[in-house]
Design a protein around this ligand. Sequence first.
Ligand code: 3PG
Length: 211
Amino acid sequence: MTLTREWLEPIGVMPVIVLNAVEEAVPVAEALYEGGIKAVEITLRTDAALDSIKQIKKECPDIIVGAGTLINEQNVEQVAECEVDFAVSPGMTEKLVKKAEACNVNLLPGVASCSEVLRGMELGLSCFKLFPAAAVGGLNLLKSIYGPLPQASFCPTGGLKIDDFDQYLALPNVACVGGTWLVPKDAVASKNWSAITEIAKRTVAKVEAVA
Ligand code: 3PG
């Protein structure tokens, strides 16, 4: 299945989350949801990731739950088993896209150039993660791509901050944005869930100001 701009747009901001313990999963997701965040992306960078996804799916039915950092076909199978709502990969290969299709996983693959967008369009995709967004050209790159490829929509991620993500969100080819700023490592380590809700609220207020 392929993700559409209409599906991504209401999400606004996608927190990219690294969890070291399953016990952190539900409190983090609930803290974000309380702050107005609708979706979470749990990255497959830790051993706790898959169980964390399962816990959030089970205990937080109102949250859209995605998996991030998929890098191979086995990852696609793993997240399909967790029945994720979407999945994100830092890059794009034909194998990943085809496997996601076969497993009914809504994949948002990472791209960083026009050639990659074209390859994705050949595979039937119209929405991409732009990664690492700030490092590959950020706002200027997105504005430049919009000229020849206005039909492609992006979720820029990588290097975005609470101070500048709204500039990305205001671009016509940006459907939503992603980043780790919503879930600071120290807030998770100290179980400071209210700090996460506070950042989420500040973030959502900026999203609403762009809309
Ligand atoms: C990702 O995987 O999308 C990035 O690690 C997020 O990048 P950030 O930490 O700069 O937000």
